[in-house]
Design a protein around this ligand. Structure first.
Ligand code: AHR
Length: 492
């Protein structure tokens, strides 16, 4: 029996609700069709936003949404997306699929969407092909309350009150699609651009995020931190789970056992990445003021056959549920530094929580993991550890069998566990130190390794009641099935 120790009285920091954030880019069918169908659509909507999708995101407790990119952010000129829709600039989305972008979804629409969902706003600005003035005026347009040229324009466009911008990213992937810059060059640009992101409302300070590294490019993190750390609140990190070469990633479905373990093995690398990036951050910011913002993560497979390769549409299975569960447990455990994370992407792109087909909508296995883990949002991480063993098929793809994290909020202990093994279930003897379990209940997401929901069979995978626990003299025993993500809630 695997031993697990939990001490609900040893508090290790707040798990920011923003760790459960999402990302939405002008890419494929994420914004258009996925979120926004326009006021005149037959699909039920409120001011153009799909009602079914907004309701599902509210239920999932989406805390924060990043927009408009991604690579699109460094090509986006915000003035194209304001004013009467008929006169907005129409252009080709050269980065993603070469389709027409009519700019009918712009700043006002994004703010309206976040308002309907009840989530915070994370805007990503354009450094790659935009000017300092353009970025500065966008911030003025959105957040200045008094009389000013840009605030007056916003009011003339129908929104009297200033908007709230909670987070602002100064460029995206500036080591790549955002301008192919060196870290030194970017870091100096960051210092310059951020100067003009004015804090017009001291009560609602904008949290400024510098562009961080591509996965294990520690040199980038080091240089950007060295040159620009006094001027940032956060620095980003992008890491995708790509189970193969970029040219042969493999499909979202129909994979074998080897791919299962390879995918999870690549996912678990997140732990090492966080530790190494945090070590660099500690060097320049020993007090831990600056947040690590993992604003792009998730699985990236070959696009579904027959779809536009530039749309990055993929299905989502139990394997993705595991990827989500593992990453979220890792983020929770690093909550001292990881202040926000945004899975890529919200709808119809990469590891989505929702897929749509015209008027139809389905929730993916990843959706159910996010919803199940929502109890961790703004809870206190507590001390926990668990015995593990390595599982897998080949030396190069072995993974730890179990990942866990535990938090406490309002006298309730939330334990989330992932079992990565394809065939073994485990009995866990969870010892509660200095605490007693009163009532216990549980939930589970599990199924065949590529079980998934389709528009014809939308309920193949969903959260089910979990009964694999019992109270013991020292805490509780949990029996976790193979390939599953489990939540156990203990009333203390
Ligand atoms: O999420 C898809 C793309 O991946 C984003 O546009 C970019 O930032 C990253 O390379």
């Amino acid at each position: 029996m695997a031993k697990m120790y939990i001490n609900p009285n040893v508090r290790l920091g707040k798990i920011n609700k923003e760790i459960y954030g999402n990302f939405s880019e002008h890419l494929g069918r994420c914004i258009y069709e996925g979120l926004y169908v326009g006021e005149n659509s037959d699909i039920p909507n409120k001011n153009g936003m799909r009602t079914d999708v907004v309701e599902a995101l509210k239920e999932m407790k989406l805390p924060v949404l990043r927009w408009p990119g991604g690579c699109f952010a460094d090509e986006y000129h915000w003035e194209d997306g304001i004013g009467p829709k008929e006169t907005r600039k129409k252009l080709i989305n050269t980065h993603w699929g070469g389709v027409l972008e009519d700019n009918s979804f712009g700043t006002h629409e994004f703010m309206e969407l976040c308002d309907q969902i009840g989530c915070e706003t994370y805007i990503n600005g354009n450094v790659g092909s935009g000017t300092v003035r353009e970025m500065s005026e966008w911030v003025e347009y959105m957040t200045f309350e008094g009389v000013s040229p840009q605030a007056d324009r916003r009011k003339a466009n129908g929104h009297e009150a200033a908007y709230t911008v909670n987070y602002f990213g100064v460029g995206n992937e500036n080591w790549g699609c955002g301008g192919n810059m060196t870290p030194e060059f970017y870091a100096n640009l960051y210092r310059q651009y951020q100067t003009y992101i004015r804090q017009y409302n001291p009560e609602k300070k904008i949290y400024k995020i510098a562009c961080g590294a591509n996965a294990a490019d520690y040199h980038w993190t080091d240089k950007v931190m060295e040159i620009a750390h006094p001027f940032m609140d956060g620095i980003s990190l992008h890491y995708y789970t790509v189970p193969g070469e970029w040219s042969h990633k493999g499909g979202a479905l129909g994979f074998d056992e080897k791919k299962w373990y390879l995918t999870l093995h690549k996912t678990c690398f997140m732990e090492e990445l966080l530790d190494n990036n945090i070590a660099i951050m500690d060097k320049y910011d020993p007090k831990g003021r600056i947040g690590l913002i993992v604003d792009e993560w998730g699985t990236w497979y070959d696009v579904e056959e027959g779809t536009n390769p530039g749309f990055l549409y993929q299905q989502n299975s139990i394997r993705d549920a595991l990827v989500a569960g593992i990453n979220l447990n890792i983020f929770n455990k690093h909550c001292k530094r990881v202040k926000m994370a945004n899975i890529a992407q919200l709808i119809n792109v990469l590891q989505s929580v929702i897929l749509t087909d015209g008027a139809k909508m389905i929730k993916t296995p990843t959706y159910f993991v996010f919803k199940m883990y929502a109890d961790h949002q703004d809870a206190e991480l507590v001390s926990s550890c668990i015995d593990t063993e390595m599982v897998g098929l080949e030396d190069s793809n072995m993974v730890k069998n179990l990942y866990e994290s535990c938090s406490v909020k309002d006298g309730k202990l939330t334990i989330t566990l992932t079992n990565l093994s394809l065939d073994k279930s485990y009995d866990i003897d969870a010892v509660l130190t200095e605490a007693e379990a009163k009532a216990i209940c549980g939930e589970i997401v599990t199924g065949a390794m590529d079980a998934h929901n389709t528009f014809d069979a939308p309920d193949q995978v969903k959260t089910e009641e979990f009964k694999g626990f019992e109270k013991t003299a020292t805490g509780l025993k949990i029996s976790i099935p193979a390939k599953s993500v489990v939540k156990v809630t203990v009333q203390l």
